[in-house]
Design a protein around this ligand. Structure first.
Ligand SMILES: Nc1nc2c(c(=O)[nH]1)N[C@H]1C(S)=C(S)[C@@H](COP(=O)(O)O)O[C@H]1N2
Ligand SMILES: [Mo]
Length: 522
């Protein structure tokens, strides 16, 4: 204990602290200056995004299985700890050998700049915040370490660094550290406020007037909602809709400048502006989106009313040439999805969506324009912030997640989910309401069955079906006897196929298997 305390009071620990504060200065100054540049070009966002781009399928799967939609928060915490660790080392190195410390800091600066300028949609000028941040960090490191040298009179210390009493130099060190850390905090907060003030995208989005569709969504029949309290709402409110993407900072697109380019194996290259979409014959329909990373029983699925232009009509104008079998859609920040061409041409109404539940798309869900394709997992179809459609062939191009070990195609697997009771719930004996949802987009759900422990499968009560591309809810009144019990659920889709019992991980093309919920009846 005593030893630890002495070490903590010693110059090595102080040098490590100086390193951490200097790193904070790097990030804070870059954040402040970055308010005038592309948001995705700040060091934290660029480093994190680069890390995400190197994420193999098993790691993405692990991150989502472990942290769910908090995977980004987990990434930030991990990055923060890594940066702090490196900064400690650099602080100590700089204290012992200033020249070596400078080299180390410059090297880190170069890594940051490299990760910034290689982001999609980021220009060379966007390196400026990171460069200025690195220089400011170097100055801060020098400023903080100088009092430590004074106390020691180390060989590398600047000439004339007169010996100081240890107490005086420690006080000077902590004063300097406190002031620098506070300045970094102010710069970072200022940068945040400034970029928020400079961004008018949220305001522009609020001002968008969605046109009236030429084909309104079919009226939602009564009885789509499971009567069991606690089952997910049939329409997912925008604020509760799951969010999955590789974007650490939500892309901010000026709708007036947005343009979609349709090119590749086409007779006619087509360009669409946002105004073109507002002026077009739009259709509206409810579609349930599902993420391929959704584990059995997971909640990475949501149902919304989407407004948009059938991609079929855009392709009719572009006229794909013979041999084309895929459309590679790309977002402004470099994500891409490979969607079979015929899926975008058939009557399932894949759309370029601009509206979600009677609102313009929320920024996190793809403002101003995203794709919505019934029946396919999002990773091969639901490109948000979409700016480019290349008509091509599966043999010639690979999408973002396919390059990282996921499948090139992704039809949604039939899945039933128990929402109530929750796993490990304690429920009173007697009649227990069991309920949930099930989906098999484009095939529909025709049956949901329940099995209690090893009893025979029994049919659950199906809620009203709205369409084949939306989820269908169900309920079951269970006569529960005291003790531990397992509730299993499985669905049958419109093709007559029973959901497979075969357990599969989300990688590479979606999880399968029957969900089993353990409850204790008291
Ligand atoms: N630009 C972009 N679009 C994207 C993604 C992405 O990472 N970037 N992820 C896809 C995946 S994996 C899914 S499941 C859906 C999720 O859409 P949501 O966040 O609106 O629910 O978006 C898809 N579109
Ligand atoms: Mo996904």
């Amino acid at each position: 204990m005593k030893k630890l305390w002495n070490w903590l009071k010693g110059p090595t620990a102080m040098a490590a602290l100086a390193g951490v504060v200097a790193a904070a200065v790097v990030l804070a100054v870059a954040e402040l200056v970055g308010a005038f540049f592309t948001a995705r070009a700040t060091p934290v966002i660029a480093l994190g995004s680069t890390f995400i781009d190197f994420t193999p399928s098993w790691l993405k799967d692990f991150a989502i299985a472990t942290f769910g939609t908090n995977d980004k928060a987990a990434l930030f915490v991990g990055m923060g700890l890594t940066i702090a660790g490196l900064a400690c080392v650099l602080g100590v190195v700089a204290y012992r050998r200033w020249g070596l410390g400078v080299l180390g800091v410059l090297f880190m600066g170069a890594v940051i700049v490299a990760s910034v300028v290689t982001r999609a949609g980021v220009g060379p000028a966007d390196a400026i915040p990171s460069l200025l941040g690195t220089l400011a960090g170097l100055a801060a490191l020098r400023f903080l370490i100088a009092p430590l040298w004074k106390a020691k009179g180390l060989p590398d210390a600047p000439a004339g660094a007169a010996a100081d009493t240890p107490g005086a130099s420690r006080r000077r060190f902590f004063a300097a550290t406190g002031i620098t850390a506070a300045a970094a905090g102010i710069a970072a907060t200022g940068g945040r406020l400034l970029s928020a003030a400079r961004s008018n995208i949220a305001k522009a989005r609020d001002a968008v007037q969605l046109p009236v569709p030429v084909k309104a969504a079919a009226a939602v029949p009564a009885g789509v909602q499971s009567p069991v309290p606690g089952v997910a709402p049939w329409v997912t409110p925008n604020g509760e809709f799951y969010r999955i993407d590789t974007a650490l900072s939500v892309p901010e697109i000026n709708a007036d400048e947005w343009e979609l380019r349709v090119h590749g194996l086409v007779e006619e290259e087509v360009r669409l502006t946002f105004q073109d979409l507002l002026d077009a014959d739009l259709i509206e329909s409810h579609v349930t989106l599902t993420c391929v990373s959704n584990p059995v029983g997971g909640n990475l699925a949501g149902n919304a009313k989407w407004l948009g232009l059938p991609i079929r009509e855009v392709l009719e104008r572009a006229k794909p040439t013979d041999g084309a079998d895929m459309v590679l859609s790309t977002s402004v920040d470099g994500f891409s999805a490979s969607t079979p061409l015929e899926v975008l041409q058939d009557d399932r109404d894949a759309i370029l969506a601009i509206g979600m539940n009677d609102e313009p798309l929320p920024l996190e869900h793809g403002y101003p324009v995203r794709m919505v394709v019934p029946g396919l997992y999002g990773f091969v179809s639901a490109t948000k912030w979409v700016v480019d459609l290349e008509v091509t062939r599966f043999a010639d191009s690979k999408a973002y997640w396919t390059e990282r070990g996921w499948s090139e195609r992704g039809p949604i697997k039939t899945m039933a989910r128990v929402d109530v009771p929750k796993s490990f719930a304690k429920v009173p004996a007697g009649t227990v309401a069991v309920g949930g949802t099930a989906w098999a987009q484009t095939r529909g759900i025709t049956k949901v069955e329940i099995q209690i422990d090893d009893a025979d499968w029994v049919e659950a009560e199906l809620s009203t079906e709205a369409s084949l591309v939306t989820w269908r809810q169900w309920s079951y009144q269970w006569d529960a006897t005291p003790g531990p019990h397992y509730i299993k659920v499985r669905a049958t889709d419109g093709s007559g196929e029973v959901q497979t019992e075969q357990r599969a991980d989300p990688v590479p093309d979606g999880a399968s298997g029957w969900q089993s919920v353990m409850v204790t009846v008291e």
